[in-house]
Design a protein around this ligand. Structure first.
Ligand code: C5J
Length: 223
């Protein structure tokens, strides 16, 4: 075991690269691309797109260092049997999950908008985890994947900071994982939620985890 340290808040985080995974949450075309579902709902997707380049740099270093890499996608079966009626009804918007959107059926597995953006596209051999909920542990085999590789530390990136990233960090924290979130590798349509969500993670001595930045995490992994 080789112990290294990530510079982070509220204090440096010790980790073993062999027991560390990079998890990239929901960097999907429908959330991030102009013309997608996110923009159709009136959101400014540039607020999410700023996370792409830092994520790409971190992904490259994680690949070079042999970290376990897991990409997630939020979405549902075409027949919507795995989508709670409350989620389908939410927002009362003109377009809902399963309806036809600019990039195919919205948040449906196999549709173009559901897939991961080209900049961060998974390589052969990297795990892609389809999740029906916000948290990456909910109704997936993520726990099994991490347990079988004796993973202890999770570097959590992706979108959106206060929704799927936060839910996953909370789920991971309750299961005993130490999560570090590079602030520039996560994004939200709501800058104040983004800032507060990061503050909440590192508050009270790191109640949910640690907050860092891509440069610090990359420096540590590449050292
Ligand atoms: C994610 C969402 N990925 N905002 N989903 O955060 O509904």
């Amino acid at each position: 075991m080789t112990v290294s340290t990530f510079a982070a808040q509220p204090y440096p985080l010790e980790y073993d690269a062999a027991r560390t995974a990079l998890i990239i949450i929901d960097m999907q075309r429908d959330f991030l691309e102009p013309g997608g579902f996110g923009e159709m709902l009136g959101n400014d997707v540039s607020l999410l797109r700023s996370a792409i380049e830092p994520c790409r740099s971190l992904l490259e270093v994680a690949r070079a260092n042999g970290l376990l890499i897991i990409h997630t996608r939020e979405g549902h079966r075409p027949d919507l049997t795995d989508a709670p009626p409350s989620k389908l009804a939410r927002g009362r918007s003109a377009k809902r999950i399963g309806d036809h959107g600019p990039m195919g059926r919205i948040l449906i597995r196999g549709e173009p908008g559901h897939d991961i953006i080209p900049e961060l596209y998974p390589r052969a051999g990297e795990a892609v985890l389809d999740k029906p909920g916000k948290g990456a542990f909910y109704q997936t085999d993520l726990y099994l994947m991490l347990h079988n590789r004796a993973i202890k530390t999770l570097i959590v990136c992706g979108v959106t900071t206060e929704v799927c990233v936060h839910t996953t960090v909370r789920e991971a924290n309750d299961r005993g994982y130490e999560c570090i979130v590079p602030a520039d590798c996560v994004g939200s349509y709501f800058p104040h939620f983004h800032a507060t969500a990061l503050d909440m993670i590192k508050a009270q001595g790191g109640i949910f985890g640690w907050v860092s930045d891509s440069a610090s995490v990359i420096d540590a992994l590449a050292a």
